[in-house]
Write a protein that binds this ligand. Structure first.
Ligand SMILES: Nc1ncnc2c1ncn2[C@@H]1O[C@H](COP(=O)(O)OP(=O)(O)OP(=O)(O)O)[C@@H](O)[C@H]1O
Length: 282
């Protein structure tokens, strides 16, 4: 069942001198199994929005439906929501605190009160899902590289068996190799388990490569909600919001402006190469 967001609003410090309307009438649908990219300039409301999806923040207006249920109804089980919608914060490795990878990843399932066998199964499975070797299970998380630590943190959320995994800038601060590895792993996870992914990112290249749908936020509102191809057609409006389309969008438009009859909707280098070759061979 999709997550439906209906006229969601959120105001920080209402009726004070610091009042801030961070979310303004957000309407969104996130479908099962979708890979959604959430982009927007700094301060546009991305983190505020995702914290509503697992109930960490409570809206000051509007509704959210999860599996058909209004999450703000009195008898709605927020604990259930938090177990189904996993949220990986920015720099999640800062929240690792146990002495071994096993203990960190198993912390959540243990807290659910599951029996030891189930805790073990979930822990090993999650560690495998993020591409860490079983030999790391007894390592201290603090001996690992930045990218590996981040995988441990993601595994901790996956061990809760969420239906939706939200990642806030999972590549922040990693080198290019670490970045690509994490994104490839998230993509693999999405393909193999069909989990819904919401990836918050500043990189148009990254979201263009992996996302089925892009949500673009600006000043607390959703301005676009469409496929990457369709969204990047608005590259001039994106620029006005301080965002840029992927480099290839500009290249394809420039070729077209110079009279070369290419289609301009390529969003990745691979698609652009194919379109240019097609055009040359015509
Ligand atoms: N705790 C808070 N108290 C008051 N205002 C806040 C608070 N947290 C965020 N804001 C404000 O709400 C707006 C949205 O912030 P938010 O963190 O959701 O943006 P963001 O798109 O996630 O930014 P970034 O890309 O920098 O993480 C910003 O103007 C921000 O200053």
């Amino acid at each position: 069942m999709p997550i439906i967001i209906d006229k969601l609003q959120y105001v920080y410090s209402p009726q004070t001198a610091y009042e801030k309307h961070a979310l303004k009438d957000i309407n969104l649908v996130i479908n099962d199994g979708e890979f959604v990219g959430l982009i927007g300039h700094t301060g546009s409301g991305k983190s505020t929005l995702i914290q509503h999806l697992n109930g960490l923040l409570r809206s000051t207006g509007g509704k959210i439906y999860f599996n058909g249920q209004d999450i703000y109804e009195k008898d709605f089980n927020m604990k259930y929501l938090r177990s189904k919608v996993g949220l990986v914060f920015q720099y999640p490795e800062h929240q690792l605190f146990e002495t071994t990878v096993y203990k960190d990843v198993s912390f959540g399932p243990k807290n659910l009160g599951l029996d030891q066998l189930e805790v073990d199964m979930r822990t090993y499975e999650a560690i495998k899902m993020v591409g860490l070797g079983e030999d790391m299970i007894d390592a201290s998380p603090f001996e690992l590289s930045g990218g590996q630590k981040r995988r441990v943190a993601i595994a901790g959320v996956l061990a809760m068996k969420p239906e939706v995994l939200i990642l806030d800038e999972p590549t922040a601060g990693l080198d290019p190799k670490g970045r690509d590895e994490i994104l490839e792993q998230i993509n693999k996870l999405h393909k193999e388990s069909n989990i819904t992914i919401v990836l918050v990112s500043h990189s148009m290249e990254d979201v263009a490569k992996y996302a089925d749908k892009l949500i673009v936020m600006n000043k607390g509102s959703v301005v676009f909600q469409d496929t990457p191809h369709k969204v990047f057609e608005h590259y001039k409006e994106l620029e006005m919001m301080g965002l840029a389309a992927p480099q290839v969008t500009y290249v394809m438009h420039e070729l077209k402006d110079r009279g070369i009859p290419v289609k301009t909707d390529a969003t990745t280098i691979e698609e652009a190469r194919e379109e240019i070759l097609k055009c040359l061979l015509r």
